[in-house]
Design a protein around this ligand. Structure first.
Ligand code: HEM
Length: 145
């Protein structure tokens, strides 16, 4: 596929994905309001992940991999790819506690819901900054064009 078209697709998916992450962040902040809210957040986060976030980060990953030019793999370019890859990996890992938490919510198991929420927070603390580093490096590469 043409480089420019791939890059446009990549950027479209990145923007869509960042929007999803922002909504999830706001949603997660409401989870401690009440027991019911915690369970609702567990259900909604799972739906958002399966219906929107997974397809979005799959497009980011595939287009990102196709865009790689091995001869340019150095400096900011390399940091961009590694940071982007780490963000995608973090999101894939995050799916495990998100699915487990929804199962715990269905069983009315609040301690397990809280445990899985902590796992989600721990993964997000690494994945979100990695995504922001990828974004900053990507914007830098764009400006250099
Ligand atoms: C949070 C995840 C990501 C963000 C925010 C992001 C952001 C961006 C941005 C803004 C650009 C435009 C740069 C330009 O026009 O030159 C770009 C390009 C690119 N991205 Fe990503 N990206 C992400 C994930 C990935 C992943 C997972 C890969 C590969 C495994 C990847 C590989 C690339 C490559 C190779 C380019 C082309 C760079 C160039 O030719 O200058 N990205 N990305």
């Amino acid at each position: 596929m043409h480089f420019e078209l791939l890059l446009q697709l990549h950027l479209f998916a990145v923007a869509f994905w960042l929007g999803i992450v922002a909504v999830e962040y706001l949603l997660e902040r409401t989870r401690a309001q009440s027991r019911n809210q915690g369970f609702t957040v567990a259900r909604l986060h799972r739906q958002i992940d399966l219906l929107f976030e997974m397809p979005a980060f799959a497009v980011v990953l595939v287009t990102g991999l196709l865009l790689i030019e091995p001869t340019r793999f150095d400096g900011i370019y390399a940091l961009k790819v590694v940071a982007g890859g780490s963000a995608v990996l973090g999101n894939m890992l995050c799916l495990i506690p998100v699915l487990k938490r929804r199962t715990a919510a269905e069983k009315d198991n609040l301690p397990d819901v809280i445990r899985q929420s902590r796992q989600i927070d721990i993964i997000s603390v690494t994945a979100i900054p990695a995504g922001l580093v990828a974004l900053a490096c990507g914007v830098y590469l764009m400006v250099l064009r």
